[in-house]
Design a protein around this ligand. Structure first.
Ligand SMILES: [Zn+2]
Length: 559
């Protein structure tokens, strides 16, 4: 290669890196050249430096790894962006520590209408479950609520329950519950969105939750000032992604409003991450409402902003016994959970979405939910014929021997979260491992078993459920330890874990021909890391961090 004029020179080159391409045909090299948003060459430092012109920006990777930008396959951008401003309770244990954290935070927010905490363990008070009385003792006068890391349970003090009008309980849809105390009043624990929605709405962030809570649009339409504030929440979320090396987001809640906000940001200054936003189908909707999903898919289909997916929740979570199991919970022998759809309703939905050529992604945590959702995908194939649909099952915390091979057979993507297994990162072993019970441990969070059975396994954080940092997820996947010696090893190699955040993420969104690898002609989405990730001991991976993130050839983050 030689430079014959400025028109041939690169916009940007990255040199002196340990370039890990994730392309099996050309696994490792030294340097990358970028022009007009795409990778134009990849190879030795000498060959890439030939593409350097007077205006070319040069990034010296200083021996750090250069890898494809991370593709976050399951996250919640809008609520995550909002929560960056909430009280962070991750890692807080015991009443005293909780009290200090809440009181300190309350002092810094004298004007907040509702104080919101985030990431509190179910076992924050040991074996004692949190009630409104604990929270009243901490903060009697001001409304306060706090969410479990999984965002499926919240706890509120009496003031918050009163203001939300739910102190005396309320009838809710299946799977949702205001847990009542012995005194006939709400005890403070609120299970699932319909139960805690009224409390959270008092925080003035109701628009943030719409894509998750109802899939609907803001009503009344936000004012210009509210829209601007919401764009800023999105910007905060996008910047948080870029600083963690993320260049593509598969968002897992959505509505038209989120797409509009992102399109407004794109028009104003460009997006710093590519975003896919689904239509969220809830169990109170009717199939004709899928017209909106089809409209969203047509209206937003660029390489920066797209839709084309329908997100569904089939069940809840293990910790509040709302996940749907095939056999009863180990610690609740008369209970298998309650699905949010009947199997027949879900089959009809899967057939209808598939017929429109859209992708489906379904939150399915218990093995009963996983099975019902696979049944729905099978019904869709029977009804509409087999196509390259890449429907997805989200989470798959427990599955069964019978269902493992069905992922490959049906061409279904297994979307899993390395930070989620109890004991892997921030989630404690209890109560989850006792809910599951030892008989089901071998096929819990079983990404190795699924991958070995031919499934495409894609990784993500489910932020803000878990910290967004993909490198922490990679470390958790590599260091994964069984709960019992007799359980199979579910850990991944570094390369497999990286693939879960890059090539497999691209596959999940039908873009494997354009991203997920560093290859000539691919999108210039890449990240320069602080260290050589392959030379880093697994226990030290958490110290590796992005130094430069590049998305579409633009630098979106620089340490
Ligand atoms: Zn999620």
């Amino acid at each position: 290669m030689s430079v014959t004029g400025a028109g041939h020179s690169a916009d940007l080159i990255v040199i002196n890196g340990r370039v890990l391409t994730m392309d099996d045909g050309n696994p490792a090299t030294e340097a990358v050249a970028v022009k007009d948003g795409a990778i134009i060459a990849i190879g030795s430092r000498a060959s890439i430096e030939e593409l350097k012109g007077p205006a070319t920006k040069v990034i010296d990777a200083k021996g750090g790894s250069v890898i494809p930008g991370f593709i976050e396959a399951h996250m919640h951008l809008f609520s995550g962006g909002a929560e960056l401003a909430h009280l962070q309770l991750t890692g807080i244990h015991g009443f005293e520590a909780l009290q200090k954290a809440i009181r300190d935070y309350a002092q810094t927010r004298p004007d907040a209408k509702m104080l919101v905490g985030q990431g509190v363990d179910y076992t924050v008070l040991g074996s004692e479950r949190v009630t409104r009385h604990h929270l009243d003792a901490i903060l009697p006068d001001r409304p306060f609520c706090m969410a479990a890391p999984d965002h499926h349970t919240m706890w509120a003090n009496t003031r918050a329950l009163e203001m939300a009008g739910i102190l005396h309980g309320r009838t809710l849809g299946p799977g949702n519950e205001i847990v009542m105390g012995d005194d006939g009043l709400a005890g403070g624990e609120l299970r699932e969105g319909e139960a805690f929605g009224p409390v959270l709405d008092l925080a003035g962030e109701s628009r943030v939750r719409l894509g998750l809570a109802t899939g609907g649009e803001p009503d009344p339409m936000p004012t210009a000032a509210e829209r601007a504030a919401d764009r800023d929440i999105m910007r905060r979320g996008l910047a948080w992604c870029a600083r963690h090396g993320i260049t593509s987001i598969q968002n897992m809640d959505g509505n038209l409003y989120q797409l509009e906000l992102l399109a407004e940001i794109e028009a104003e200054e460009g997006l710093s991450c590519r975003v896919q936003v689904p239509f969220h189908y809830k169990n109170f909707m009717t199939l004709d409402m899928l017209d909106k999903a089809s409209d969203m898919a047509v209206r937003y289909n660029s390489e920066w902003l797209s839709s084309g997916m329908v997100k569904v929740f089939y069940d809840g979570v293990l910790d509040s016994w709302t996940a749907v199991m095939v056999e009863p919970y180990a610690d609740r022998p008369d209970w298998v959970g309650e699905p949010l759809f009947t199997p027949q309703q879900f089959n009809d939905l899967a057939v209808a979405v598939d017929k429109r050529g859209l992708q489906i992604a379904v939150h399915s945590i218990g093995d009963g939910a996983v099975r019902a959702v696979l049944d729905g995908y099978e019904a869709a194939q029977k009804a509409n014929g087999k196509r390259d649909s890449r429907h997805r099952v989200e989470h798959i915390e427990v599955t069964t021997t019978a269902d493992v091979p069905r992922f490959a057979e049906l061409g279904v993507v297994a979307s899993m979260q390395p930070p989620h297994p109890p004991g892997a990162m921030d989630f404690p072993l209890e109560p989850t491992v006792s809910r599951i019970g030892p008989a089901r441990w071998p096929l819990s969070y079983a990404w190795r078993t699924l991958k070995d059975a031919g499934a495409h396994v894609v990784f993500a954080s489910d932020w803000p459920v878990s910290p967004i940092d993909p490198i922490l997820g990679i470390q958790a996947a590599v260091l994964r330890k069984p709960w019992a010696k007799s359980d199979p090893d579910q850990s991944f190699s570094l390369h497999e874990a990286l693939a879960g955040y890059t090539v497999e993420g691209a596959y999940a969104e039908f873009t494997e021909h354009r991203k997920g690898m560093l290859k000539s002609g691919y999108m210039a989405d890449l990240v320069v890391l602080s260290d050589d990730i392959e030379a880093t001991a697994p226990e030290a991976l958490h110290k590796v961090h992005p130094v430069t993130t590049i998305c579409g050839g633009k630098i979106t983050y620089q340490a």
